[in-house]
Design a protein around this ligand. Structure first.
Ligand code: GAR
Length: 194
């Protein structure tokens, strides 16, 4: 069984999908034993507590230059094997990503290499897709390296864009039809192959 840490910043619906997938047996090669948020007000922290999972805050604003050192310390103390970035809105340095090479995965709400990289996060991704006028978008789960959204792709799923979509409506559809499905499946794949 791999020890899984999930890094979050906000609502934590992807974290919830992982917790549910562990409970239903979709994730069977690992166990979430740590959730870390950079944002003390993230609802994801409540989701962790409700599921009985240890939850910590590493406040980037307060920690400044020692932010990543604190993350590494917490991850090592909890013997983390696999790190999931699930709506984690901080870009990690090469020092961090190489420390955990091939052990960090991220979910991105578009079909990489479209609408990805610096500045493309959260709702901005869906705004950009609608503005461009693409007819299909989706989600990607990939390994994390020093290039934002640049690591090897693990899974992707396409989602249709419909007339009248707003960024919020599209975000919800991408989550429901793609993110919440491929993130648990990718995590199980990574844990089972490690
Ligand atoms: C999700 O759509 C996730 O893919 C995206 O933020 C949302 C977080 O929602 N992540 C990024 O844009 C990272 N570049 P959640 O907190 O409800 O899981």
């Amino acid at each position: 069984m791999k020890n899984i840490a999930v890094l979050v910043s906000g609502g934590g619906t992807n974290l919830q999908a992982l917790i549910d997938a562990e409970n239903s047996g979709i994730i069977k090669s690992g166990k979430i034993n740590l959730v870390i948020s950079n944002n003390p007000d993230a609802y994801a922290l409540e989701r962790a507590k409700n599921a009985g999972i240890k939850a910590l805050v590493c406040n980037k604003k307060e920690l400044g230059a020692s932010f990543e050192d604190e993350l590494i310390k917490a991850l090592e103390e909890n013997k983390t094997d696999v790190i999931v970035l699930a709506g984690f809105m901080c870009i990690l340095s090469e020092k961090f990503t190489s420390h955990f090479a091939n052990r960090i995965i991220n979910v991105h709400p578009a079909l990489i290499p479209s609408f990805c990289g610096k500045g493309f996060y959260g709702l901005h991704v869906h705004e950009a897709a609608l503005e461009y006028g693409v007819k299909v978008t989706g989600a990607t789960v990939h390994f994390v390296n020093e290039i934002p959204d640049g690591g090897k792709i693990i899974m992707q799923k396409a989602v249709e864009i419909k007339a009248g979509d707003t960024p919020e409506i599209l975000q919800r559809r991408v989550m429901e039809e793609a993110e919440w499905k491929i993130l648990p499946l990718s995590l199980e794949k990574v844990c089972s192959e490690m």
